[in-house]
Every structure is written in structure tokens, then in C-alpha cells.
Design a protein. Sequence first.
Length: 93
Amino acid sequence: AQMMQQAAAQQQVMNQPLPPEALTPINGVDLPTYAWVAKRVADHNYDQSFSHQYAAQKGITSADWDAAAAGWTARMQQYPGMGAEFRRHYDVA
């Protein structure tokens, strides 16, 4: 029964709306743009060396991309609902 309670609590956390600050752009990179670049990199077997050229197509410098990628990764760990939000953008990217 405790496992079910934990699962229910986890589900509730997942369904919490994200606070606005969770979605603010990082170094000018918003979540839809981050997802777009991530999807292009996935097409290259997740070889991160491709990330800068795709970021550049969106007008993002390498330094800004690196900061944004680290920031979005950290937010996904910080906010349980962020993964689903990322997935929503990734699927249509």
C-alpha cells in the first residue's frame, strides 16, 4: 500500500504545473529551441559535437548553448514535470 501511495504522490508531483521561472530562457535559449537542437543531435547518435552547429542555425553562440544545455539539464532534475514539457517540444521539433 505504501508503494501505491508513493506512486500516487509521485504522479501528483509530475502533474504539478511548472512555475514560470522554470521555463525562463537560459542565455537566450528557450525550451522549444533546446528541444529542437537536442532532436537534431539525437539524429547523430547523440554526438554532442553537432550541438554547436545546430545552435548556430538558431543564432546561438557555442558559449550560450553550453550554458543553456547545462541549465536545462539541471532544471529537468530540479522540476519533476520538466521532462514531460521537454518531451512535448521534442516530439514536434
